[in-house]
Design a binder for this molecule. Structure first.
Ligand SMILES: [Mg+2]
Length: 241
């Protein structure tokens, strides 16, 4: 894997499972001082051409990485804060949230260990603590997608089903970053670990960039693979040394 020289690269990083170890619950995750220092150093080496590209909200990312406030795409691209700290939000269609949220809440109440994470513009159903409920959760999700029609997308992550309005994804978020300085004219590098990152891999491949999936590249559009979060940190440290 040949990384482009930092002076010519733009780095896009997924968060959970890529930069941080996955935790049983998303709010149980913490960020070490070493990880924050690594990101700060990366931002300097890349002249600001760095962004987080996550399923979390921007508010959640800011809290996690505080005091850093990095350029970031949140909720799989529904929210974006560019390098000039301007925010871009794609609001869900009217009524979208209210048609979906009560049905997921009801399901979670009836199935032990299933947790709803309501991000407002997207809603996630986590069953990491209840793997036995996977089948029921997937059946519910498929039924909901059928009844809600094409304005809703279902993202199947690791032990999580995420519903979001159609029209945004991590690939489009990365393209939007790449249209402006300091990213523009640099070579994009995107590291992610999950199916929700595939749109990002596809977009970055199309732009002639470098794509890395954490774990395995079976059935992935990523061209390269790193085994785990520790390897991601080591790779970034060595590259940005
Ligand atoms: Mg991830």
């Amino acid at each position: 894997m040949q990384m482009p020289p930092p002076a010519q690269a733009a780095l896009f990083l997924d968060v959970d499972g890529t930069l941080l170890e996955l935790a049983p619950q998303p709010d149980a995750v913490t960020v070490s001082a070493a990880t924050k220092a690594l990101l700060e150093h990366a931002g300097e080496r890349l002249a600001g051409a760095l962004a987080l590209v996550s399923g979390r909200t921007l508010a959640d990312l800011d809290q996690l990485f505080s005091p850093l406030r990095l350029p970031a795409a949140g909720v799989h691209g529904l929210q974006r804060r560019d390098a000039q700290a301007r925010e871009h939000h794609a609001p869900p269609p009217p009524g979208w949230h209210d048609r979906l949220a009560p049905r997921l809440q009801t399901f979670a109440r009836r199935h032990d260990g299933v947790v709803v994470e309501d991000k407002g513009s997207a809603i996630a159903l986590h069953y990491r603590n209840a793997p036995g409920q996977a089948e029921a959760a997937i059946a519910l999700a498929e039924g909901l997608i059928e009844s809600l029609g094409p304005q809703t997308r279902l993202l199947r992550g690791k032990m999580v089903l995420e519903f979001m309005p159609a029209g945004s994804d991590k690939g489009r978020a990365i393209q939007a970053f790449m249209a402006d300085p300091p990213y523009r004219a640099r070579t994009p590098v995107f590291i992610g670990d999950d199916v929700t990152d595939e749109a990002g891999f596809q977009a970055v491949n199309t732009m002639g960039g470098l794509t890395v999936r954490v774990g395995t590249i079976d059935q992935s559009q990523a061209r390269y693979c790193l085994p785990d979060v520790t390897a991601v940190h080591a790779c970034l440290r060595q590259w940005l040394n």
